[in-house]
Design a protein around this ligand. Structure first.
Ligand SMILES: [Zn+2]
Length: 223
């Protein structure tokens, strides 16, 4: 086992901090969910069976991305290690993987096979969101299904299970998860009061055009 250095320690602290935000946002319950980060050729991932709110530096393990061999930590790595490893092996651009169990996203995604765009941020932050049917958690089958979806998307809904979001930053992965959950939540509330009215493709197109125009003038809103 290799000694943990300051950079790895900082990444663990960043993930602990995020884990608490994930719990506060109701995106996981109990020991569900896991977080990982890429550090050089290694993946640093939460250990199996610990709640996000109780994580300390001891609850992280290091895995060599190519060989899959554990390089540090005394605990058993997360049971979703195969999926995290597959993400890093297939997406060299990403540095973080966040797996959560957001209840509204899981309910709506499993039932409808999609998350309708109910809030304007959703199609902007999550332009593509594949929804998988049920795949047995922890398996290579799940890892393969997830990376297939992540070829042209940065997050995926897992039927009867939850969500995987990746990003260059942990904040990106978190925001993708959060805005998806928000859209799913608004959809459920809308169902309670009547017939939901998701944004239309034309509305989304106009929004994207407005945002592009805004960027072109250096962040000054256009009329
Ligand atoms: Zn899970």
């Amino acid at each position: 086992m290799t000694t943990v250095n300051d950079e790895i320690r900082a990444l663990c602290q960043e993930m602990q901090c995020m884990a608490r935000r994930v719990v506060a946002s109701d995106l996981v319950l109990g020991p569900g969910g896991n977080i990982s980060a890429r550090w050089n050729d290694w993946m640093i991932i939460t250990a199996s069976g610990y709640s996000f709110e109780t994580l300390t530096e001891e609850h992280f393990t290091g895995i060599d991305i190519v060989s899959g061999r554990q390089v540090f930590g005394h605990l058993k790595p997360s049971s979703e290690t195969p999926t995290h490893l597959a993400c890093y092996r297939n997406r060299p651009d990403i540095r973080f993987v966040l797996h959560t169990h957001p209840p509204y996203t899981t309910a709506v995604g499993t039932t409808l096979g999609e998350i309708p765009p109910m809030v304007a941020e959703f199609p902007v932050i999550v332009p593509r969101l594949p929804v998988l049917g049920y795949v047995t958690p922890t398996t290579t089958e799940m890892a393969n299904a997830v990376v297939e979806c992540l070829r042209d998307a940065d997050c995926v809904v897992l039927g009867n299970h939850g969500m995987v979001a990746v990003g260059e930053t942990l904040e990106d992965a978190y925001n993708r998860t959060l805005v998806t959950e928000e859209s799913a939540r608004i959809y459920v509330y809308s169902r309670i009061v009547g017939e939901p009215k998701p944004m239309t493709p034309e509305q989304i197109e106009r929004l994207n055009a407005a945002l592009s125009a805004r960027e072109e003038v250096g962040g000054v809103a256009t009329r």
